[in-house]
Design a protein around this ligand. Structure first.
Ligand SMILES: C[S@@+](CC[C@H](N)C(=O)[O-])C[C@H]1O[C@@H](n2cnc3c(N)ncnc32)[C@H](O)[C@@H]1O
Length: 503
């Protein structure tokens, strides 16, 4: 990589193959800009040429390269050729954006963790096969390329295993703590991630997690807390849950907190899209009261809107709907009172989503928050319809209570309330499935249908339990690795196996 001349030479060749001419000097200037230096001279005096032999990752500086190409009046179309030339000539992984870089780091970290001797020993003890590594680079979204030095993070998480049915069960969850150091060799050059595992411990028989001795993160961020703001419209209807007793604590603590953290953590990626749309076809009235609390709190879409404003990436459109017009109107009014560009839709989500789609501008980045009370209303047609949007990520409330209690009864074709949520599931059901395994199979099969639409489903699926009963999972899916990685960061916690409550 020290050899910027070879990159410039390769660029000239590639350019000429595309019918574009560029002088050696300009090719060198463009290569220097792509690695973060305004001029070739600045690169040469920076000390980077000597240090770069040890670099492992290069994060391309497109903005600077575009500025430089304009200043030097270079022909259009040279930058992609220059990026390809750098990629060929340099012994580094070239990343076209921060998101790609983070995903690559994440992969490297997982590989390093699986190479650690203690992790291997604990995996051997588990007597099971690897499922996945649930360790995310929490806090990396705070890293500032302009001012940051090396990347240093403390990592916590788990290596999760799949039990072999015919082997003795010792446990499938290995708690892992580690530190990460990524040396910074220059403006845009980083070293190979150094991961030091400080703890690897199999949870014997899946015992509950020992409270992790969590040192404050390196950047000393405060724990995330949802703000509690007064209701601008207190006379409007409020969601108070079953029997008006109040909703569960998990609604703000799990559902809304995860949603807000995700919006905050993706603000830089969102800012790249001029149009950002929040879609909430089960919006409720925009205000709720938690059981045991004397005050009310913001509902999901209001939390999302406020967070987008606080994160300097306000949604450019908020589309809300509810079966009950009074609720949809209350939500609309509350959002409007906070300045949101809101539009409301009355009726069942399966039809309002079709109308909502008509109001999504081309190329908008969409976040769909699908939050029905139970599985019966999680119509798959909602997901299929929204999946037609080009850039869309989903956070879905998947009711487990309904599933675990009722799935066997739904085998009766006269009843079958779940065919809307997972069309054709009874035809795919294996003949020899036991009643105990039916809910797990149903969930896996639903995920398989979602994947067929081109989505990847995050392994991080916060599980909400109440008095030992599994109530629901918050399932996230997207088409890209970056949102998936961010959700993995923010939705971390006790990431239990998908159906650990099944006998
Ligand atoms: C769990 S609440 C929504 C809470 C809200 N998303 C939040 O986070 O504050 C579910 C809402 O869905 C509405 N609803 C029920 N069935 C529906 C359907 N088929 N289509 C649209 N809305 C429905 C209910 O009236 C209720 O307001």
């Amino acid at each position: 990589m020290g050899d910027i001349s070879s990159s410039a030479y390769a660029l000239r060749q590639r350019a000429s193959a595309r019918g574009l001419q560029i002088s050696t000097g300009h090719a060198q200037q463009l290569a220097a800009a792509l690695i973060g230096h305004k001029t070739l001279a600045a690169f040469q005096t920076s000390g980077e040429p000597a240090a770069t032999h040890d670099a492992a990752h290069l994060l391309i500086d497109y903005e600077l390269a575009e500025d430089r190409a304009r200043e030097l009046s270079l022909p259009d179309g040279l930058i992609p050729a220059a990026v390809d030339a750098l990629g060929d000539e340099m012994p580094v992984a070239v990343h076209k954006g921060w998101d790609d870089f983070v995903v690559a780091l994440q992969d490297d970290v997982h590989t390093e963790i699986l190479r650690d001797a203690e992790v291997i020993s604990q995996m051997t003890m588990a007597n099971a096969g690897l499922r996945y590594v649930d360790v995310y680079l929490e806090g990396l979204e705070e890293f500032d390329l302009d001012t940051g030095g090396p990347i240093e993070l403390r990592l916590t998480g788990q290596v999760l295993m799949d039990q072999h049915p015919d082997r003795v069960f010792y446990g499938t969850e290995i708690d892992v703590e580690a530190s990460l150091h990524v040396h910074r060799f220059g403006k845009r050059l980083f070293g190979h991630p150094e991961v030091r595992v400080t703890l690897a411990k199999l949870r014997w028989m899946n015992e509950p997690p020992a409270p992790l001795v969590k040192e404050p993160p390196v950047n000393k961020r405060q724990p995330f807390q949802l703000p509690i703001c007064p209701d601008a419209l207190p006379d409007l209807v409020v969601e108070r849950g079953p029997g008006d007793q109040g909703v569960g604590w998990w609604v703000p603590e799990v559902k809304h907190t995860t949603l807000a953290k995700y919006i905050s953590a993706t603000r830089k990626a969102q800012a790249k899209f001029p149009k950002r749309v929040f879609i909430d076809p089960f919006c409720g009235p925009g205000r709720l009261q938690v059981k045991g609390e004397s005050f009310t709190r913001a509902g999901g879409s209001v939390v999302a809107w406020q967070q987008s404003v606080d994160s300097d990436c306000p949604f450019t459109s908020v589309l809300v709907g509810d079966l009950k017009p009074e609720r949809a109107s209350a939500c609309e009014d509350r959002l409007r009172a906070l300045g949101a560009p809101v539009r409301k839709f009355d009726g069942p989500a399966a039809s309002t989503t079709l109308e909502m789609i008509e109001h999504v501008p081309a190329n908008a980045l969409c976040l769909a928050y699908i939050d029905p009370y139970n599985l019966e209303f999680l119509s798959f047609s909602i997901i299929e319809a929204l999946a037609k949007l080009k850039h869309i990520d989903f956070a879905v409330h998947f009711s487990l209570m309904d599933l675990t209690r009722n799935v066997d009864m739904e085998l009766d074709p006269a009843r079958d309330r779940f065919s809307g949520a997972n069309p054709g599931w009874r035809d795919r059901l294996p003949a020899d499935i036991s009643k105990a395994n039916l809910p797990a199979w149903f969930f896996e099969d639903w995920m398989a249908q979602v994947k067929k639409l081109g989505f990847q489903i995050s392994h991080a699926m916060p599980l909400v339990e109440d008095s030992g009963r599994a109530l629901y999972r918050l399932v996230f899916f997207s088409r890209h690795a970056f949102p998936d990685k961010i959700w993995g960061d923010v939705a971390r916690g006790r990431n239990l196996p998908l159906f650990d409550f099944i006998e």
